[in-house]
Design a protein around this ligand. Structure first.
Ligand SMILES: [Zn+2]
Length: 54
C-alpha cells in the first residue's frame, strides 16, 4: 500500500429540485492509500494539523 501525497477529497452532493449537484466548495478531506498491483484503495478522514493553516 502506498500513501498518496497530500490530501484528496470527497466532494459534497446536493439535491435541489430533483437534480443532483456537485458542490466542489464543500466536502470531506481524506488521505488515500492505494495498492498499485490490484487497485485496492483505502480512505481515511484527514486529520487537520498545523500545516493546514499555512
Ligand atoms: Zn493489492
Amino acid at each position: 500500500m502506498i500513501k498518496n501525497d497530500g490530501f484528496s477529497a470527497i466532494t459534497s452532493l446536493k439535491k435541489e429540485a430533483g437534480e443532483v449537484i456537485f458542490d466542489p466548495g464543500s466536502g470531506v478531506p481524506i488521505i488515500t492509500y492505494m495498492c498499485l498491483k490490484c487497485g485496492y484503495i483505502e480512505n481515511y478522514t484527514a486529520q487537520f494539523d498545523e500545516s493546514w493553516n499555512s
